[in-house]
Design a protein around this ligand. Structure first.
Ligand code: SF4
Length: 194
């Protein structure tokens, strides 16, 4: 895995049958964005629309993510690496019926995410949602206890925040998500000054 470039990694994900999630997928959802983005967004697992489109964070939660990114001058549209993010999920195939990903599925798929982080070499990772955070940080603590401080994944600063789908159901937590984005911006700026 450590020797794979982007084309080989894309092919390895597309052909993967390492866990049971390969059985129900329409297609794998590799991730999109600038291959050397300064910001990497990591979500949980593809839902129905992502499985159809082959792209992470589509539909209403994708629109909210785009708005959140726009608020801090970022985008998923083509642009320079300091503006265009790279977006991936911790799991590349849709769990049937949008059930929660299982620990063994997250563990099986993680090598792809690790290689994506190695190739992108982001300056910050925004981990969105319980399963992304649990997978990346090996923690089962609630998001509320993990957010508000800087963690690290593969040596990259990581900020924990709520998944946009959660924020659509719980708009009262949008102010906390904004605080998380501000912490991420501060962390990137502090890293750049070093
Ligand atoms: Fe492979 Fe990940 Fe899909 Fe499982 S979820 S089949 S490990 S790509």
């Amino acid at each position: 895995m450590a020797a794979l470039g982007w084309p080989e990694l894309r092919a390895a994900v597309a052909d993967c049958t390492a866990c049971r999630l390969c059985e129900g997928r329409r297609q794998t959802v590799f991730g999109i964005g600038h291959e050397h983005a300064h910001w990497m967004v990591v979500g949980e697992a593809p839902g129905e629309q992502e499985d159809l489109k082959g792209e992470p964070f589509v539909g209403k939660s994708g629109q909210l993510l785009d708005n959140m990114l726009r608020a801090i001058a970022l985008t998923r549209a083509p642009g320079p690496p300091q503006q265009q993010v790279f977006i991936a999920n911790a799991i590349k195939c849709r769990p049937p019926g949008n059930r929660n990903p299982q620990p063994d599925e997250l563990a099986q798929c993680e090598a792809f995410l690790i290689r994506q982080v190695q190739l992108v070499q982001p300056r910050i990772i925004l981990a969105m949602g319980r399963f992304a955070v649990h997978s990346l940080l090996r923690s089962t603590e609630p998001i509320g206890r993990l957010r508000g401080r800087v963690h690290h994944y593969q040596g990259v600063p990581l900020i924990v925040t709520y998944h946009p789908a959660y924020l659509l159901r719980n708009p009262e937590d949008k102010a906390r998500a904004w605080d998380d984005l501000c912490l991420a911006v501060e962390t990137v700026q502090a890293t750049a000054l070093r």
